[in-house]
Design a protein around this ligand. Sequence first.
Ligand code: HEC
Ligand code: HEC
Ligand code: HEC
Ligand code: HEC
Length: 149
Amino acid sequence: MKKGTLIVLAFVLSVVFLFPVAYAAEEVAEVIIMESPVFEKHKKALVPLTHKKHNEEYGIACAECHHVYEDGKNVWKEGDAVQKCSACHSEAKAPKAKKGEPKLTKQEKIKMFYYSAIHENCVACHKAAKKEGKAAPTKCTECHPKKKK
Ligand code: HEC
Ligand code: HEC
Ligand code: HEC
Ligand code: HEC
């Protein structure tokens, strides 16, 4: 085969094989084991998010967790593509502020650091839900059970 033909063939095959993967990613996964590559290694037990259940049983709208902000407003709507949280909250965890250096505000930390964004999302809602008497985990070990040694 000529080189040109091979390139065309490779392109066609990549479309055929990559498209269904991209499509499947837009479906609402049942459970997502949260294991972000922003962390070089996980010190804590991995946390399973009962993704579909949160939406269907707990009645939480997609846009409570998924967003794209424009002028301070969430313009993401159901059916839009979903990016990884770490596409925007791209740093792992805020380092401790050194003496004399200004501390980052909570808002700044959330915007930059995945660790802050994910805990704010999950834990803030759970604290509110717990006040209403729901069984939402708020303690570290309720989400990250101690690893067996
Ligand atoms: C509602 C569940 C929940 C609670 C409560 C919670 N976390 Fe997490 N934590 C998560 C999720 C989800 C991630 C993101 C993991 C990922 O995507 O890799 C995470 C990530 C982490 C990470 C970085 C990944 C790792 O394993 O090293 C650490 C450290 C961590 N949490 C510590 C804590 C500590 C300490 C507390 C209590 C102050 C706490 N978490 C409370 C859900 C929770
Ligand atoms: C309680 C919060 C929450 C709710 C509600 C929620 N999601 Fe998610 N969703 C997440 C998190 C967290 C992830 C993982 C993101 C990551 O890995 O960075 C995710 C991932 C996804 C993905 C990517 C799946 C994958 O495997 O790559 C899609 C698509 C998605 N959600 C769509 C939806 C839709 C549509 C709804 C409403 C029907 C919804 N989500 C409701 C938190 C939520
Ligand atoms: C397209 C980029 C983008 C993606 C993807 C994204 N965020 Fe955000 N997020 C932002 C920006 C920008 C802000 C700051 C908004 C502000 O301060 O005005 C923000 C704010 C937040 C906040 C604080 C305000 C609020 O809306 O509650 C939390 C918590 C948060 N993000 C968690 C998440 C989680 C969890 C995911 C994945 C499910 C995610 N973000 C995905 C850009 C993004
Ligand atoms: C907007 C609110 C909200 C957000 C955001 C949210 N949750 Fe929840 N979650 C709930 C509620 C409410 C319950 C308890 C439902 C009940 O039992 O009535 C719950 C229960 C849970 C439970 C225990 C029951 C189960 O289904 O496994 C886990 C684990 C959990 N959430 C993990 C997470 C993680 C991890 C995140 C962040 C990625 C998250 N949640 C984000 C509202 C929320």
